[in-house]
Design a binder for this molecule. Structure first.
Ligand code: IPM
Ligand code: MG
Length: 355
């Protein structure tokens, strides 16, 4: 467990509570170890990813992360910044496939900024490449005596092929449709991306593969989100589009993600960031962290029933009308992080009584 910065510790606390409730209902033994990452690790160890954290994560079955980032780190050297801790950890754990599902819960249609007509039945998943692209390309840094800066967007065809296979495999279990996002009208790396995706598409004759420029994809997400299913993206484009996809279905406070390695294990993280503006106020939405914990159980241990129980409990507290401020559209009183998270735990514990 890496609570991290900002609202991270607040939301992961409730995710742990939910995991404990689930473990007790289903008679599992749960072993949770806590480590620092990001700004909090920098403060305690002088590094955003101390060896103790890295070793702890490597020896764990799975990692659940809160969020990283702190405005106090703005002036730090790139290697010491909180985000670098997360990027290094993803790399070290071999997490190359980031799965970010966005589905509109019927009871939350009022939370979407879009009209019901547009958002209803939205159910898509962004498959984001997580270990390459402009996040890691070299050279990167300040040049020309500080007058210029460089980042490099580089993709090797093997990197594209492996993430494309994740997307196509996923499509086989959904509606057999992949939309690959790129900017191949401008970028060389995108032309390689598109050609490679087309090659992999040949291995999946049942899946319909189409391509969309990223600017168009940004527009389709708010105009026709229900027409999208599996969106295959590079690291940067997926980062941007997943915040948008989250807002479309209600709030970024709801979106969970899995960052998977080649064995299907890895790290589970809410899509949202550390939200320093509301940190400490007890108002952050813990549901993205809680749903990430559900993904962890399903993905790491194949505990489908346990994962479903958590997801159903989340849906049920939302159906009862509980709303953290991020989900409120002026319709009523809101609840804080603790109340929302504890309601989910109680629902899980009640499901035991029902059994
Ligand atoms: C995300 C976040 C991270 C990213 C940051 C915190 C490094 O925005 O997981 O979407 O850009 O990948
Ligand atoms: Mg992001």
């Amino acid at each position: 467990m890496l609570p991290g910065d900002g609202v991270g510790p607040e939301v992961t606390k409730l995710a742990v509570e939910v995991l404990r409730s689930t473990a007790s209902v289903f008679n599992h033994e749960l072993n949770v170890e806590f480590y620092d990452i990001g700004w909090s690790a920098y403060e305690n160890y002088g590094s955003p990813l101390p060896d103790s954290t890295l070793n702890g994560c490597k020896s764990a079955d799975a990692v659940l992360l809160g969020a990283v980032g702190d405005p106090r780190a703005d002036e730090l050297a790139p290697d010491l910044r909180p985000e670098r801790g997360l990027l290094s950890l993803r790399k070290e754990l071999g997490c190359f496939a980031n799965i970010r599902p966005s589905r509109l819960l019927p009871c939350l249609s009022d939370a979407s900024p879009l009209s019901l007509e547009i958002v209803e039945n939205t159910d898509l998943v962004i498959v984001r490449e997580l270990a390459g692209g402009i996040y890691y390309g070299e050279p990167s840094g300040i040049v020309d005596n500080g007058d210029a800066a460089i980042d490099t967007m580089k993709y090797h065809r093997d990197e594209v092929a492996r993430i494309a296979r994740v997307a196509f495999d996923m499509a086989m279990n959904r509606t057999k449709k992949v939309t690959s996002v790129d900017k191949s009208n401008v970028l060389s790396s995108s032309r390689l991306w598109r050609n490679t995706v087309n090659e992999i598409a040949g291995e999946y004759p049942e899946v319909e593969c189409s391509h969309m420029f990223v600017d168009r994809a940004a527009m389709e997400l708010v105009m026709n989100p229900k027409d999208l299913d599996v969106l295959l993206t590079s690291n940067l484009f997926g980062d941007i589009l997943s915040d948008e996809a989250a807002a479309v279905v209600g709030s970024i406070g709801l979106l969970a993600s899995a960052s998977l390695n080649k064995d299907g294990g890895g790290m589970f993280e809410p899509v949202h960031g550390s939200a320093p503006d509301i940190a400490g106020s007890g108002t952050a939405n813990p549901l993205a962290a809680i749903l990430s914990a559900a993904m962890l159980l399903r993905q790491t241990y194949s505990l489908e029933l346990e994962a479903r129980t958590i997801e159903d409990s989340v849906e049920s507290v939302l159906e009862k009308g509980l709303r953290t401020p991020d989900l409120d559209r002026g319709t009523g009183p809101t609840v804080g992080t603790e109340t929302m998270g504890s309601a989910v735990s109680h629902h899980i514990l009640e499901s035991q009584i029902a059994k």
